[in-house]
Design a protein. Structure first.
Length: 209
């Protein structure tokens, strides 16, 4: 699989623009090599959903980040550069969320689809999901285990995980004003779990006096 077929189809062009043609081509070529190596050594745990995460979402930014480090770019700078790419990808997802938010009864549709979506796309082979609330006002679930956190640690770059976590804030902002996304913390930022809160409407009702 090629990086052009993942959530970073624009990475080659961005490398050429940022680093110049010769160095940019070298950075992208090495990123492509690392991406293939990561895929070849990966365990998808027999799950098609996990395989898709690895191929399209998890390994492309990781391959780019590890390539930047390999070429001597300081860690924080490499994180910033990788974050620019992941935020751009999250912006595409945000536009998809905006289309959902434009539908009548968007929260109700989201509520009734959410559990089946999580079972299919975030299976127990890679995530440990605890449902806390699923009603007419709020969807709340926690992830006690996450393959993004597992694999960034396995490959020696746990700091990269927070970029994947930040993508949620960008992507789910597209649900406003019908649905508001909130969270207290994530595994990647040092919290004991990733919490997901989807609340109906743009703001909480004022407490009764």
């Amino acid at each position: 699989m090629r990086i052009e077929d993942t959530t970073l189809p624009f990475l080659e062009e961005d490398c050429l623009q940022r680093f110049g043609r010769a160095e940019g081509a070298a950075v992208f070529s090495r990123t492509q090599e690392r991406y293939r190596d990561l895929l070849e050594g990966a365990d998808d745990r027999g799950s098609p959903a996990i395989r898709e995460h690895l191929q399209k979402k998890l390994f492309p930014p990781m391959a780019y980040y590890l390539t930047l480090l390999e070429r001597g770019i300081p860690r924080e700078k490499a994180l910033d550069l990788t974050g620019e790419e992941t935020r751009r990808a999250a912006g595409v997802k945000r536009e998809q969320m905006r289309r959902l938010a434009g539908l009548p009864f968007a929260y109700t549709l989201y509520r009734f689809a959410c559990k089946s979506f999580m079972r299919k796309n975030f299976p127990e082979e890679g995530w440990e999901t605890e449902w806390v609330r699923c009603d007419g006002e709020e969807l709340h679930f926690n992830l006690g285990r996450c393959i993004y956190w597992d694999l960034t640690r396995l490959h020696g770059c746990p700091e990269l995980c927070r970029l994947y976590c930040e993508n949620d804030l960008v992507s789910f902002s597209g649900l406003l004003p019908k649905i508001r996304f909130e969270r207290g913390g994530t595994l990647g930022t040092g919290a004991p779990r990733c919490d997901f809160h989807f609340l109906k409407g743009a703001s909480r009702p004022a407490p009764p006096k």
